[in-house]
Design a protein around this ligand. Structure first.
Ligand SMILES: [Zn+2]
Length: 657
């Protein structure tokens, strides 16, 4: 029976070089009027949105001297090009990317018509509330548009309605469930599709002010000035959205006088806002980031392919390079001092304010098995190799894998399950596993409660055993018990936190736990349980794997080798200095905040290495091949694997119980 769940890796090819992305600071330096802000402390950020500004059109107006306020503004700060590389060039996708730092594959907001609510906690508003505390920052969302920046809950959406009347090009109310909108084929029955909700359905709950559908600039502008007055004493982050020039663009076209007028109106209000900030005495502590959600198709009344926009700011310590629509939120969070490399899911954008771009991004999980990557980062091992490495730490493989596969990271550390899934998902072979980083079967242990009376594996019969139900370890353990004819009552562990695991045992909700380090060591240290079994007895090394973008390793072998050397060195450091290593790892994440002494003792149960095991690679390739032949694109709960008519074995995976 081929019980091998996985293992393998394509051959190492290695290499890399510094990928320096060109930086372009500057533009329109002169000396007049408005001052730059942000050299020292600042308090507020205003994210000013001008809807649908084509970059080229903006520059034409600037060059013609038609935008005096913007001209003064960027003379004191910077203006950079922003490109759109994911999501539709439209309003819903645009503001969602700008306000989250994520592509649609994370938010589910692909376009004005393909959307769902942004997950709770993912927006810049919520990140800042989290960072400062709810009472220490006010968050404001004030918008000219209603639809497309809406917080509506579950609803139905017409899929064959026109969005604008033919001829007049005025908006129809296609987004209402009882719309009177004409259908695209006249006389046709309207077709509705159920939607989970609009993008800001969850976000709204976190906001101090959420006001939309204000219409044209004069309404928005007046409100904005009122809100600045109201919040001038507090720290605030505000998104102020003007619907111009998008609306006139749709009616009169991009090359129209009306479209230009829309931008000129926005410019007037920029001047008013700066004036108001000065009058209230908070200009010097308020950064303004001015952006657009999408451009406009040249000479057209739409913006189907309009990826060229801009970012202008008075923040003199801010953007240092051109960027992407998804870089706005990371830049603002970075400027506020948020550790943007420790957010889950990892931000897809980068901070444009960082001095130097990293050569390489490595995404890891907040697990002890990924400790060497934390240590290598902390002890500057990469820097000593001459490499700038950005280490992004996420909760688990579920977040690390898509971030890596999207190309945002050159390297990723993944466990068994996500290694297999990543290989399975990556049908073009862009991602390869280049090393086994160890981990070790000793780190997964079955811990019985102090008064459970369990002393051997057989005693688990009929007992409640808690673990992470979607983990490879638990699946593996359960199939092992099945072979031994031992049946347990599986109990799901909530989340990855050591506290939750310990509580499950202490409360008696489970008689035993199957968990990985540092939880077993934590349980031993506090004498609430003891070990009855180690996964190494099953004969599985429970390794974690280093994945790399194949193109990258091919083009940059020296840099790839440097990463491997740094990780190997960090593994040796941990072995030789467990206490010091424990201290470093302990400081990294919530889930690793077991005591330093528990972590130190846990580290002695880890086996860190950098191995290139041909056998393992073959096994993973083999498993992936079988799954592909079975046309599986996800891990099955249970499957009898038959290949070319020959029975190979039973593959079991406890996806849900
Ligand atoms: Zn539009």
């Amino acid at each position: 029976m081929h019980n091998g769940f996985i293992k393998t890796l394509p051959l190492l090819t290695m290499a890399l070089t510094v990928l320096l992305v060109g930086a372009g600071i500057f533009v329109y330096k002169n000396s007049s009027g408005i001052k730059g802000v942000g050299e020292g402390e600042f308090q507020n950020v205003i994210l000013l949105g001008w809807d649908g500004v084509q970059r080229k059109h903006l520059h034409e107006l600037l060059d013609a001297g038609k935008l005096p306020n913007l001209e003064k503004f960027i003379a004191a700060g910077t203006m950079n090009d922003i490109s759109i590389t994911s999501g539709a060039t439209d309003t819903k996708a645009g503001w969602t990317e700008i306000l989250t730092g994520y592509s649609p594959d994370v938010t589910g907001v692909y376009s004005n018509f393909d959307y769902k609510p942004i997950a709770e906690g993912y927006t810049v508003f919520e990140r800042l509330e989290e960072h400062f505390g709810k009472d220490d920052i006010a968050t404001l969302f004030v918008s000219g548009k209603g639809n497309n920046v809406s917080a509506r809950g579950p609803h139905k959406s017409c899929t064959n309605c026109l969005t604008r009347y033919r001829g007049s090009r005025e908006k129809v109310d296609y987004w209402h469930e009882n719309t009177s909108a004409p259908t695209s084929i006249p006389g046709e029955e309207r077709v509705f599709e159920p939607m989970e909700g609009e993008p800001y359905y969850h976000t709204k709950n976190a906001l101090d002010v959420y006001e939309t559908d204000l219409g044209s600039a004069e309404n928005v502008g007046a409100k904005v000035l009122e809100y600045i007055e109201e919040y001038k004493q507090e720290r605030f982050f505000a998104f102020f959205h003007f619907e111009e020039p998008d609306e006139p663009g749709h009616i009169y076209g991009e090359n129209s006088r009306e479209y230009s007028e829309g931008i000129i109106t926005d410019d007037y209000w920029l001047g008013q806002i700066v004036e108001k900030l000065k009058k209230t005495g908070i200009y010097d502590k308020t950064l303004i980031y001015l952006v657009s959600d999408h451009g406009f198709d040249e000479g057209k009344k739409w913006h189907l392919n309009a990826p060229e926009v801009f970012l202008a700011t008075n923040d003199i310590a801010g953007p240092k390079r051109d960027g992407d629509r998804e870089d706005i939120t990371p830049t603002i969070l970075h400027r506020y001092g948020v550790d943007i490399n420790s957010l889950t899911p990892p931000l897809y954008g980068i901070s444009l304010a960082q001095e130097e771009l990293p050569d390489v991004t490595l995404v890891i999980r907040e697990f002890l098995s990924d400790g060497p990557a934390m240590v290598a980062d902390e002890l500057s091992y990469y820097a000593q190799e001459g490499l700038g490495v950005r280490t992004v730490i996420v909760e688990k493989g579920e977040y690390a894998s898509p971030f890596f596969l999207s190309g945002r990271a050159q390297f990723a550390i993944l466990g068994n399950k996500w290694s297999l899934l990543s290989q399975l998902t990556d049908t073009e072979g862009k991602a390869e596993i280049i090393a086994d980083l160890g981990g070790g079967g000793k780190r997964w242990r079955v811990m019985a409660g102090a008064s459970s009376g369990i002393s051997a594996l057989e005693d688990l019969e009929g007992k409640r055993v808690a673990s992470w139900h979607d983990s490879y370890g638990f699946a593996k353990f359960r199939s092992y018990l099945k072979e031994k004819h031992i049946s347990i009552i599986p109990v799901p562990l909530p989340g990855m936190s050591p506290d939750a695991a310990v509580a499950t045992l202490v409360s008696g909700n489970a008689d035993a736990l199957l968990v990985w380090e540092p939880i077993p060591s934590l349980i031993e240290e506090s004498s609430i349980g003891y070990e009855v079994f180690r996964m190494e007895e099953i004969g599985d090394e429970m390794s974690v794997y280093l994945h790399a973008q194949a193109d990258f390793t091919k083009e940059h072998p020296a840099e790839t080798q440097a990463i491997l050397r740094a990780l190997a060195r960090a593994g040796r450091f941990i072995r030789d200095n467990p206490l010091e290593a424990a201290h470093i790892i302990h400081s990294k994440r919530e889930t690793l905040r077991a005591s330093s002494s528990a972590i130190a003792s846990a580290l002695t149960n880890m086996d860190f290495a950098v191995r290139f095991d041909e056998e393992e690679r073959k096994e993973i390739d083999y498993t992936v091949d079988i799954f592909r032949q079975m046309d599986l694109h996800d891990l099955p709960d249970e499957a009898f694997i038959e290949l070319n008519g020959e029975y190979i074995g039973q593959y079991e995976y406890a996806q849900s119980l």
